[in-house]
Design a protein. Sequence first.
Length: 246
Amino acid sequence: MNRPEFSDLDASIVRGIADIPANDWDALSAGKPFQSHRWYAFGERAMPDCPSFTIHVSRAGKPVGRATFWLVRNEPLPAPAAVQKALASVLHVRPLLICRSPLANLQGLILPEGELRQPVLERILAAAGTIVQKENCSFTICDFLETAELHGWPPGYRAATVSDPGTRLALKWGSLSEYLQAGNKKDRQHYKRSLREAEKLGIRIRRHASVPDVARTMELVRLVEDRHGAAHNPWVGSLLENLPAV
């Protein structure tokens, strides 16, 4: 419910990241990973089939919150192939409206702390409702939220939990050398043995500014997805093609 003391909050819907000044955008991101203006611009290029809608909330001309939603018709849902096929026909007509950081499995919702959080969230969700009606969306999804962020949502929204990644490494080192030094001697010796074995097999690792052979790389990506029973990510090919823009 909108409260009079926050009536000066202004919410606008912007189509395209380029229409929001990078300084305003990055001031809200506060250095958070995969939330920069540059990353979202890359996301637009890598996901050309998913139009973006950024709801930008300001107070007295100062940005205080935002959310970027993507109109998605080909979301790789964690479901059996037969179910995915059935859902694909539905989503083609009634797409999902998903709030997230593109290609990064992180939320696309930036809210202020304190008493402004709730009214800014309300403004964002109200504006998202207009997008849902105009674009004939089936569901609005705000994913990758932390547990502490699940309070204050209006009726009609439900929290759901999906499985976390089986393995996750928190990166707290600035380089591979720092990572190895933080470990024990046995791990460092194992790393050196692996390098020697790779050299014997003629394996070489090179860093490229772009992907030399996208088609061949996609074959490898699909093999890994199939091996682990994961739905095919529809944006990997475009991501690889646009990689030099990162």
